[in-house]
Design a protein around this ligand. Structure first.
Ligand SMILES: Cc1ncc(COP(=O)(O)O)c(C=O)c1O
Length: 489
């Protein structure tokens, strides 16, 4: 087959028809959320070896391949997909993926994708304007200005956290770039920060032993007085603090740290303040919920995933800086073929990212905004943040369940309290639910107790789905408890 548009057009049409059917069935909840089979079985059903040996894809044989692939996929639009903090995404973001797949513009250099590069700058400005770091308020403001914030899209929140912490290290210990990371650096983070933060600490040479863990309260929010003590003690022992990190919101609970109090402490002690807003920064687009982000104006950097509450497909995040120079100074490295003084049009983002080649990530967000407008985005967020309160109420009114806290964002932990209550049993219950395929939920430890957990990220999930989930659990739990007791004998 020739690698050209005329040859591929019929194949794409077939794939498109398969996807339409899949998405419609999925959204109606007419099949399993996910069917899990052993990996070798999936490989053999997909005939991967045969495809590799023979090639030969065409419009007649692509149907079987795509249908099998979809059959063994997680159905993100199924109303009973209430799992991870990964968007049950807006299909408009798929337009970005489709166009990128067709034209493949690695836009970190302007001349390799002017449209995508411009869209990224505008999307960054749009996000900065929500934080309050774009004084002009003009999202077409592309000029260098010391008073402005700045930012760049990365392949996900983990990469965004790493980028922000590199910027913080460059501010605190600029010598680290040439000489390696000095031994007197520490990072201050709550006990419950996302693991990408501690990974970043090792990657940038600070090391696990130099993470100062700050105590959290009974809702796992960072305790400001403990933070203040942590900063003072670190300074007294001659350490330089690279950054203080706060959760907005915490991964397990969806609860926001006291961002404002933390920010005041950081200002008082002149410490870089980084907010991990991978999930919860989206509250900034909501008049009703943006109060959760009060204190963001005191931060020096923040990350914000778009493939969570901004409804894009995976994987895209922005790392944002209050001061444009923080971003500019992060990577003190020259590659003359890329970073030359330019006479041609546009801006190159490559000097500001870990990655070299970069996909047109921000176009995903643009297409969702193009479909929904800001108002539509706000409506979605408001709906997810408010409907979870109904679900919470349902669980606390139900005799068989406990919830350890009232949710703020759209993440809820709950625990089946009838019969066996051990952590192992809750985990086994979650695994059995997922194995049966009718629901997709997660599980997490909170205050060392294991809970069932879900993220209500799917606009289609309603209270009746939650009622059905509890009926489902009432059926599964006794059966599972029997198995557990047999094992314990
Ligand atoms: C608070 C927080 N930070 C960072 C991340 C990592 O983001 P990503 O999966 O986009 O790398 C997550 C992921 O859930 C998160 O909850």
């Amino acid at each position: 087959m020739e690698n050209n548009a005329s040859e591929f057009h019929p194949i794409i049409q077939v794939v498109n028809d398969c996807l339409k059917e899949y998405l419609e069935i999925s959204a109606k909840g007419q099949e399993s959320v996910v069917s899990q089979f052993p990996a070798k079985e999936v490989a053999s059903k997909l005939h991967i070896k045969e495809w590799l040996q023979n090639g030969g894809l065409d419009a007649s044989n692509v149907v079987g391949l795509v249908q099998t692939y979809l059959e063994h996929s997680q159905h993100m639009h199924h109303p009973k997909y209430i799992g991870h903090q990964v968007a049950s995404h807006h299909l408009a973001s798929g337009i970005a993926d489709f166009i990128h797949g067709a034209i493949n513009n690695p836009m970190a250099i302007y001349e390799m994708g002017p449209s995508a590069a411009v869209i990224e700058r505008v999307m960054v400005n749009w996000m900065l304007s929500k934080v309050g770091w774009l004084p002009s308020g003009d999202i077409y403001d592309f000029d260098y200005d010391e008073a402005k914030g700045d930012g760049v899209f990365t392949h996900g929140g983990s990469m965004a956290n790493l980028t922000a912490l590199l910027a913080a290290r460059a501010a605190v210990a600029p010598e680290a770039w040439d000489e390696g990371t000095p031994q007197d650096l520490v990072l201050i983070a709550p006990e419950v920060s996302h693991y990408s933060v501690s990974r970043a600490a090792s990657i940038i040479g600070i090391g696990q032993r130099n993470i100062v863990s700050i105590a959290v309260d009974d809702q796992e929010r960072m305790i400001p007085s403990a933070l203040e003590k942590g900063i003072v003690d670190a300074k007294k022992s001659g350490k330089r603090i690279v950054a203080v990190i706060a959760n907005a919101c915490a991964t397990t609970t969806g609860l926001y740290d006291p961002l404002y109090e933390i920010g005041l402490i950081c200002k008082e002690h002149s410490v870089w303040y980084h907010i991990d807003g991978a999930h919860g920064a989206s509250a900034l687009i909501s008049a009703k919920y943006k109060g959760f982000m009060k204190g963001v104006e005191l931060a020096d950097s923040m990350i914000w995933d778009t493939h969570k509450m901004l409804r894009t497909s995976t994987l895209a995040a922005a790392v944002l800086f209050k001061d444009t120079n923080s971003m500019i100074n992060t990577f003190k490295q020259k590659g003359s073929y890329l970073f030359h003084e330019k006479e041609n049009a546009g801006f190159d983002l490559m000097p500001y990212t870990i990655e070299c080649t970069k996909a047109a990530l921000a176009t995903k967000l643009f297409w969702v905004l193009a479909a929904e407008g800001e108002k539509g985005m706000e409506k979605y967020l408001d709906h997810q943040y408010s409907i979870i309160q109904d679900f919470y109420q349902y669980f606390i009114d139900h005799d068989d369940y406990d919830c350890p806290y009232q949710p703020e964002a759209n993440i809820l932990c709950f625990r089946y309290n009838k019969g066996l209550e051990s952590n192992a049993f809750q985990l086994a219950l979650r695994n059995e639910i997922v194995k049966r395929g009718d629901y997709y939920i997660t599980s997490a430890e909170f205050q060392e107790v294991r809970y069932l957990r879900f993220t209500v990220i799917n606009e289609r999930t309603s209270l009746s789905d939650i009622e059905e989930l509890t009926n489902h659990i009432s059926e599964i739990a006794p059966f599972l408890a029997g198995q557990f007791m047999e094992l314990e004998k």
